[in-house]
Design a protein around this ligand. Structure first.
Ligand SMILES: Cc1cc2nc3c(=O)[nH]c(=O)nc-3n(C[C@H](O)[C@H](O)[C@H](O)COP(=O)(O)OP(=O)(O)OC[C@H]3O[C@@H](n4cnc5c(N)ncnc54)[C@H](O)[C@@H]3O)c2cc1C
Ligand code: FES
Length: 261
């Protein structure tokens, strides 16, 4: 069930590096959130005819929600002017979210960029804690490490420049770890990050026979299943069908996805 809510801004601060945190008093949306869901935010002062922007829900409770965001364009730049006390129109929670960890499975989180925020509620709710591979360009892009550690996760960062953890892509830490696992098929991955990261993890899941839930990163216009901007090809028993990342996803199992060349 989703709600539209005029949320009151409870806080808006620098978080880390280029990321800011926006805390919203939004009880109607906050009390419904499941891990891996997102909301659509109408950016104030851009005008109501401009499309809402999608953001993963980082934290949620009966009081409200928070998001972590980075400025990449016009909408997220205008968001920087939001002040405590402002009213912000949101719709959420949206999307299917991550499924519950399978019985006997070993949970593994893999994230890059805002993916760390998108996986926080999953990390919190997971009955078993495991290992979390976080990738970023520099140490500034690796978010929330202490928070995941406080929940009991073993965080393994990788950075392109080697400023934190293993130097290289997330696969530089994941692959040697995977090679040491005695029961690879028991792994269950929850992945959120840029498309090359999603595809790399999905390919490994298919090759080695484990499960990987991928939260797809597609531009979204309506966020509620009406406009078809966010479609991907989903494999079916007889061929394929269009699936909407906003409503049928954003989370799909790796075997469902037919990647565009
Ligand atoms: C389900 C979902 C959850 C998301 N969660 C978060 C989050 O928690 N935190 C966060 O910072 N961002 C998140 N994003 C991305 C966020 O929605 C975009 O950064 C935002 O819409 C850009 O709006 P803009 O007007 O600033 O940029 P625009 O002017 O629309 O675009 C500026 C630049 O950003 C690129 N861009 C636009 N949308 C995306 C996108 N979805 N992914 C990658 N590049 C994009 C454009 O190609 C362009 O180069 C999420 C996206 C999706 C689909
Ligand atoms: S964003 Fe409109 S259908 Fe998904």
């Amino acid at each position: 069930m989703m709600k539209q809510e005029k949320a009151t801004v409870a806080g808006h601060d620098n978080f880390q590096g280029e990321y800011r945190i926006l805390r919203l008093a939004a009880p109607a949306v906050g009390s419904l959130v499941r891990p891996g869901q997102f909301l659509e935010l109408m950016v104030p002062r851009l005008g109501e005819r401009i499309l809402r922007r999608p953001f993963s829900i980082y934290k949620a409770d009966a009081q409200g929600v928070s998001i972590l965001y980075k400025t990449v364009g016009r909408g997220t730049d205008a968001m920087r002017a939001i002040k405590p006390g402002d009213k912000v129109d949101i719709v959420g929670p949206l999307g299917n979210g991550f499924p519950t960890l399978g019985s006997g499975k070993v949970p593994v989180l893999v994230a890059g960029g805002y993916g760390n925020a998108a996986l926080y509620l999953k990390a919190k709710e997971s009955p078993a804690k495991g290992i979390a591979f976080f990738g970023g360009r520099t140490a500034q892009d690796i978010l929330c490490v202490e928070e995941f550690e406080a929940l009991g996760w073993d965080v393994r960062p990788t950075t392109d420049d080697g400023s934190l953890g293993t130097k290289g892509l997330v696969t530089a830490a994941f692959d040697p770890w995977m090679a040491e696992q005695e029961n690879i098929q028991a792994l269950e991955l929850f992945v959120c990050g840029p498309n090359p990261m999603l595809k790399a993890m999905g390919d490994r899941a298919i090759e080695h026979g484990f499960t990987a839930w991928l939260s797809m990163d597609k531009n979204m216009a309506c966020g509620v299943g009406a406009c078809l901007t966010c479609v991907i090809k989903r494999r079916t028993e007889t061929g394929w069908e269009w699936a909407r990342c906003c409503k049928d996803g954003p989370v799909f199992e790796s075997r469902e996805i037919i990647w565009e060349r």
